[in-house]
Design a protein around this ligand. Structure first.
Ligand code: ADP
Ligand code: CDP
Length: 209
């Protein structure tokens, strides 16, 4: 069984996916971390992020490994754990450019489709482009202010700066961020994290494999 959890930036996707996956006893995978890792490696190598050919050659030369831990995914390049560096403002600013490249999207999608079921997948297009056959699909939203206030607890920047950056990233991500027509939309604004996890679990079909 595949469960997809898509949504706008900082809507709670990874926290909810982790909670749902733990409740089901299955792994979850964060597609955004692969886009973030591609961005970080491109920035560190001094590449122009819009140059797909250069970036793909660089990514193929140092294969990434996504470790789908239930408590939080990690991304490795050989012995180096990139995870702590993936949520910087520098990566936030560059990631939408990288995610707009069809070649990079195909590179991410290939890695995700190779994963053995069952799992929970979170991102923007898990229920549309990548796993249209998923057994259950969810789409998380919340106002920009609510999302910025939540993220401000994890970042050094202030709420207005974070909110502006989130709104801009939503705009750049519009193409791949449409909810699947068969997704259940959950506004997380007035819900606790546990409340959202409960709503997703309640929306699952009768337990399959
Ligand atoms: N319903 C909620 N209520 C309160 N805080 C939440 C809720 N959902 C997520 N959070 C918090 O908001 C922040 C962003 O959530 P995260 O799971 O990283 O979102 P995303 O993966 O969509 O970027 C985290 O600090 C998380 O704990
Ligand atoms: N399935 C996905 C997941 C992420 N992304 C891109 O990757 C970026 C980072 O995704 P993320 O899920 O880690 O971001 P947050 O919502 O956690 O801030 C997004 O802003 C998109 O540009 C995407 O295009 N498609």
């Amino acid at each position: 069984m595949i469960v997809t959890i898509d949504g706008v930036a900082a809507s709670g996707k990874s926290s909810v996916a982790s909670g749902v996956a733990r409740a089901l006893g299955v792994p979850y995978v964060s597609s955004g971390l692969l886009y973030r890792a591609a961005t970080l490696l491109g920035l560190e190598a001094g590449l122009r992020l819009e140059n797909a050919a250069e970036l793909l050659a660089h990514l193929r030369a140092q294969p990434l490994r996504l470790e789908a831990l239930a408590e939080g995914n990690r991304v490795w390049v050989e012995e180096r754990d990139l995870t702590a560096d993936l949520h910087s403002s520098r990566v936030d600013r560059g990631v939408s450019v990288v995610a707009a490249l069809p070649e990079v999207r195909a590179w991410v999608d290939g890695q995700l489709r190779a994963l053995p079921e069952p799992f929970v997948a979170e991102g923007r297009d898990m229920g549309t482009a990548v796993f249209p056959q998923a057994a259950a699909k969810f789409y998380l939203t919340a106002s920009p202010r609510v999302r910025a206030e939540r993220r401000a607890r994890e970042r050094p920047e202030d709420v207005p700066a974070i909110e502006a950056a989130l709104v801009e990233r939503d705009r750049l991500d519009t193409v791949q961020s449409a909810p699947a027509p068969d997704a259940r939309v959950i506004d997380t604004g007035n819900l606790t994290l546990e409340g959202v996890i409960g709503a997703v679990l309640a929306g699952l079909p009768a337990r399959q494999g």
